[in-house]
Design a protein around this ligand. Structure first.
Ligand code: C5P
Length: 223
């Protein structure tokens, strides 16, 4: 028997890394695989949601008919799609590992090897989570992720407040098997109202179900 608790809901999910171009053949990136966001997209689509998955460069695929996949490369492209689409959505889950900095200038030609040091000047990217947090209406729900190396819970909590999120999924790099690349994750789900749920190490598919269950239990009841 399938749950249909997300039926009629439009969900925006960001996933994967972003690539910030240095020149035509080089970029600044990160190790995000996109697996967590794709697992979330599949879980919610399986429970009746219509999902818009805005995904940076990844090697994963998914082919659920209710998942509309939009490929992006850079933080600014991801931001543009997210800002445009969020007003039409009930819920956004921001699982992408967005670059925090991008080269100030993108060289048109391949940068040549030279004897001296090469200095790359970087500028901050837009914080997509914070932008959507500012746009958010009372009827909308915004869920973020946090990957912390120290003072995990207090950092995640202040991140949730600063970005105006309703829920934040904390994954700690101190936990073996959690975070980037692998198939497992160990999360703590923290809520705006202060409650938290601590989970065991699980597959990302199981973690996606836990996140969906928390959203459904707290925010979809009676809607
Ligand atoms: O500030 P930090 O990057 O740790 O916050 C993580 C959360 O914010 C994640 O949900 C991530 O997807 C989101 N984020 C974003 N745009 C950025 C940076 C982070 O949406 N430029």
């Amino acid at each position: 028997e399938r749950q249909e608790d997300f039926k009629g809901k439009k969900v925006l999910i960001t996933a994967g890394p972003t690539y910030e171009k240095i020149d035509p053949v080089r970029f600044i990136g990160n190790y995000s695989s996109g697996k967590m966001g794709i697992a979330l997209a599949e879980e919610l689509a399986g429970r009746g949601a219509e999902v818009l998955l805005v995904c940076g460069p990844v090697n994963q695929k998914t082919s659920h008919p209710a998942i509309h996949w939009v490929d992006v490369e850079s933080a600014s492209q991801m931001c543009e799609v997210a800002v445009k689409e969020f007003p039409g959505c009930d819920l956004a889950i921001l699982s992408a590992a967005v670059a925090d900095f991008t080269p100030k200038e993108k060289a048109n030609c391949k940068i040549k090897r030279e004897k001296e040091d090469l200095l790359l000047e970087l500028m901050p990217t837009q914080d997509i989570a914070a932008e959507l947090g500012q746009m958010k209406k009372d009827s909308q729900l915004l869920v973020g992720f946090a990957l912390e190396t120290n003072d995990e819970e207090s950092n995640a909590c202040s991140k949730m407040q600063r970005k105006n999120l309703d829920m934040i999924v904390l994954n700690s790099l101190n936990d073996k098997g959690a975070g980037f690349g692998g198939d497992t994750n160990k999360v703590t789900i923290m809520h705006r109202e202060g409650e938290k749920n601590v989970y065991e190490l699980k597959t990302k598919v199981e973690v996606a179900k836990d996140i969906a269950d928390q959203i459904a239990a707290r925010y979809l009841m009676g809607s």
